[in-house]
Design a protein around this ligand. Structure first.
Ligand code: NAD
Ligand code: DAU
Length: 378
C-alpha cells in the first residue's frame, strides 16, 4: 500500500535508524525526513540512503506551525513518526527553554498541523496515525533497592548473558505515574500529554511509546557510550558522574527501530507501549565493559584505560535507576530484540573505531566549544 510518512528528527541518532529501516523496507512508501539540523542532526548519518527514490529530506523547525502545515499538506502526509527533540539531559539543565520550545511547542505545532490537514481530507482520520516517540525518563526514577543487583526476574533476547541483574524490585509499567525530574523529561512528559489530549479531545489516532536508553552507531558523542569510546581512543579522561552507581537499561538502537516499525503497523490506537531489553547496568560496570572492549579492539594491554576513569560532580537531580518492563510489547505484538547485549556492544565499539572520520567531523569546531563551556562549572 502506498503511504506518505513523515519522520521527524530523522537526521539524529534514533531517527536515522528509523528512516533507514523504512526507506529500505518499504519501497512503496514515500518517506519524508523532517529535521532542523540542530547540533545533533547530521545528514552524514543517512549517506547510504539519500539517493533512494522514496526518500526526501526537508529542513524545517517543528515549532514553526506554518511550515508544519505546508509540509504536511504538500506531501499529503498520512502517518507521522515523531522523534525530533532536544534529547540531552545535561543540556536541558543549562538551557530548559530550548527544551520547552522544541519538545513541547514543537510537538504541539506538529499535532495541530496534522489535525487541520487530516480533518480537511475526505476520509478525515481514517488511515492516519500520529506516533510519538517518548522516553522512560517521564516515569521519574526507581530506587536502588538491590545495589549489588540480583538475578532479574524478566528477560528478552537483548538481556546480557553474562550479567543479568535487576537493581531494584520495581519496573516502569505503561501505567506508572509520570514523575519527571529533569527539564528534558518534564518537556517530554508534557509532549506525551499533548499527544494523548489530541486523541481524547479531537479523536486523532495517536500512539506513544516510551523506550529505555539506546546505544549503537551514529549517536552524538555527548552521550555516555560514544563519548567514552572516543575519549578512550584519545587517552582523555572519562567523566563519571557521582559514584557511577546510577542504573540504566540499555537497548540496541536497531531493535528500537524494529519495535517502532512493528508498533507503527500493528499497535493499538491510543495505546502506550514500553520498549526495553531488561538489560540493566550500573554506569561504572558498563564503563568497564566499554573500556575492556575498546582496549581489546585497539590492541592495548587489558585494563590500560581504566586509569582514565575520573569521578566528577554528579549531574543535578540525577535519576538513580531506570528499568523498563516491556512485557506488554512482547506479549501483545510479539516483539523480541535481535541482538544480545554482548554482540551489540562489540558491534557498537567496532563501528565507532571504524568511523573515526564521522566522529572527528563532529568533535571539531562549535561542538567542542559548547562542551568545554558545559564542563567549566563542574
Ligand atoms: P538526537 O538528539 O540524536 O536527535 C534529535 C534530532 O531532532 C536531531 O536530528 C535534531 O536536529 C532534530 N531536532 C531537534 N530540534 C528540532 C526542531 N525544533 N525541529 C526539527 N528537528 C529538530 O536524539 P535521539 O537520541 O535520536 O532521540 C530521538 C527521540 O527519541 C527523542 O524524541 C528522544 O526523546 C527519544 N528517545 C531517545 C532515547 C535515547 O536513548 N537516545 C531513548 C528513548 C527515547
Ligand atoms: O532513558 C532514555 C534516555 O536515555 C533518553 O530519553 C535520553 O534522550 C538519552 O540521552 C538518555 O538519557 P541519559 O541521561 O540516561 O543518557 P546519558 O548518555 O547522558 O547518560 C547515561 C548515564 O551516564 C547517566 O546516568 C549519566 C551518566 N554519565 C553520562 C555522561 C554523558 C556519566 O556518568 N558521564 C557522562 O559524561
Amino acid at each position: 500500500m502506498k503511504r506518505n510518512i513523515l519522520i521527524t528528527g530523522g537526521a539524529g541518532f534514533i531517527g536515522s535508524h528509523v528512516v533507514r529501516l523504512f526507506v529500505n523496507k518499504y519501497p512503496d512508501y514515500n518517506i519524508v525526513n523532517l529535521d532542523k539540523l540542530t547540533y545533533a542532526g547530521n545528514l552524514a548519518n543517512l549517506k547510504d540512503i539519500e539517493g533512494k527514490p522514496n526518500y526526501t529530506f526537508v529542513r524545517a523547525d517543528i515549532a514553526d506551525l506554518d511550515e508544519m502545515r505546508r509540509i504536511i499538506t504538500t506531501h499529503k502526509i498520512d502517518g507521522i513518526i515523531h522523534l525530533a527533540a532536544e534529547s540531552h539531559v545535561d543540556r536541558s539543565i543549562k538551557d530548559p527553554f530550548t527544551f520547552a520550545r522544541t519538545n513541547v511547542m514543537g510537538t504541539l505545532a506538529l499535532l495541530q498541523a496534522a489535525k487541520e490537514y487530516w480533518e480537511g481530507t475526505p476520509e478525515k482520520y481514517e488511515g492516519k496515525l500520529f506516533y510519538h516517540i517518548s522516553t522512560d525518563e517521564v516515569y521519574g526514577a526507581l530506587e536502588l533497592t538491590n545495589p549489588e543487583g540480583v538475578e532479574s526476574p524478566f528477560t528478552t533476547t537483548a538481556s546480557s548473558s553474562e550479567h543479568h541483574l535487576a537493581f531494584g524490585t520495581e519496573f516502569f509499567l505503561e501505567t506508572t505515574k509520570y514523575a519527571p525530574h529533569s527539564p528534558y523529561s518534564a518537556s517530554k512528559a508534557s509532549s506525551d500529554h499533548f499527544v494523548r489530549a489530541y486523541h481524547d479531545t479531537y479523536g486523532m489516532p495517536t500512539l506513544v511509546t516510551n523506550c529505555s536508553n539506546n546505544y549503537g552507531p551514529y549517536q552524538f558523542p555527548e552521550k555516555l557510550i560514544p563519548l567514552f569510546i572516543n575519549n578512550i581512543r584519545h587517552g582523555k579522561p572519562l567523566p563519571v558522574y557521582g559514584k557511577g552507581e546510577n542504573v540504566r537499561d540499555w537497548l540496541f538502537v536497531e531493535d528500537h527501530a524494529r519495535a517502532i516499525d512493528l508498533i507503527f503497523h500493528k499497535g493499538k490506537i491510543a495505546d502506550t507501549y514500553n520498549i526495553g531489553g531488561f538489560n540493566e547496568w550500573k554506569n561504572i560496570d558498563l564503563i568497564k565493559v566499554i573500556i575492556k572492549t575498546v582496549d581489546r579492539l585497539l590492541g592495548n594491554p587489558e585494563g590500560k584505560s581504566l586509569d582514565l576513569i575520573t569521578y566528577v560532580t554528579d549531574r543535578a537531580g540525577h535519576d538513580m535507576r531506570y528499568a523498563i518492563d516491556s512485557r506488554k510489547l512482547q506479549r501483545e505484538l510479539g516483539w523480541e530484540p535481535s541482538l544480545q547485549f554482548e554482540e551489540g556492544i562489540e558491534k557498537t565499539v567496532r563501528w565507532y573505531l571504524d568511523n573515526q572520520e564521522w566522529m572527528d567531523n563532529i568533535t571539531s569546531g562549535e561542538y567542542e566549544k559548547y562542551y568545554d563551556d558545559m564542563y567549566s562549572n563542574r
